[in-house]
Design a protein around this ligand. Structure first.
Ligand code: C5P
Length: 250
């Protein structure tokens, strides 16, 4: 597949669960920031015309990221939620290319991403003719539904459950429309809840791109990630990622 693609990298979060004052994308892993490592991986993806990194309005650390010197790397300002940040990134992409352009969305906080898995995702999507797809892994552990007070309400059948990761690959125009619709829907739901109007059919929160496409009735492809690609979320993840990066480099 020789078509040019774009990549949106949401990097406007503050990483509350990591603690500390440095946003997690700027925490160091073996001498480089997480964001630098993620971008240097993504810059090696074949046929990438541009990467837009979505930053928070008060980001002061972006100039420390060497990958920002690559002429394909651009920045834009994100929003209050990940979905709003991705939407801002897609607006930038659509100002540069046509709506049919394929765009990967990849979290800044997943520095372990391997080119072989990015390739598996794009091969699977292009070869199947699917409208898009995501990297994911089948759930391995037994799953429990918690009661309000952290008792176990029931055991959930994990047979058909997968954990979503990024990259997620869709056409820029379709994804932007779906994300913007879902963001508006969620704002209305939040307003209704403020007015105490409950809705039992409330959709799951918009924590990834595929969920916006699912709400439009699409069925994006699940493509298994074969390499570790977890999101740095808790302090211990930094230790594990450091060890894995060290092993990859040697
Ligand atoms: O907070 P979480 O771990 O889900 O964030 C996933 C990715 O989304 C991170 O790379 C984070 O920087 C980004 N994000 C964003 N804008 C926000 C919140 C999160 O770009 N408002």
């Amino acid at each position: 597949m020789n078509e040019q693609r774009w990549i949106v990298v949401p990097a406007a979060g503050i990483g509350e669960r990591m603690g500390g004052h440095t946003p997690k994308q700027y925490m160091m892993l073996g001498g480089s920031s997480i964001l630098q490592i993620t971008l240097s991986q993504l810059l090696q993806v074949p046929n990438v015309e541009g990467i837009v990194v979505v930053l928070s309005a008060d980001d002061s650390l972006w100039p420390t990221v060497n990958a920002g010197n690559d002429r394909r790397v651009h920045t834009t300002i994100g929003g209050q939620t990940r979905a709003e940040s991705v939407s801002a990134g897609l607006t930038f992409v659509l100002s540069q290319c046509n709506p049919d352009t394929w765009v990967f969305v990849h979290d800044a906080a997943r520095p372990l991403i391997q080119l072989s898995d990015v390739q598996r995702l794009s091969d699977a999507v292009y070869n199947s003719g699917a409208m898009g797809g995501i990297l994911a892994t089948p759930v391995q552990d037994t799953l429990k539904q918690a009661s309000e007070y952290y008792g176990i309400e029931r055991t959930v059948n994990r047979a058909e459950l997968w954990q979503a990761q990024t990259p997620q690959l869709f056409r820029a125009g379709e994804l932007a429309n779906a994300m913007n619709k879902a963001i508006e829907e969620d704002k209305k739901t939040a307003e209704a809840l403020d007015h105490q109007i409950s809705n039992d059919n409330q959709p799951a929160p918009l924590t990834d791109e595929a969920s916006a496409m699912e709400r439009q009735g699409h069925e994006p492809l699940l493509v298994e990630a074969l390499q570790p690609n977890f999101k740095i979320t808790r302090p211990v993840d930094l230790t594990i990622a450091n060890a894995l990066l060290g092993a990859q480099r040697s």
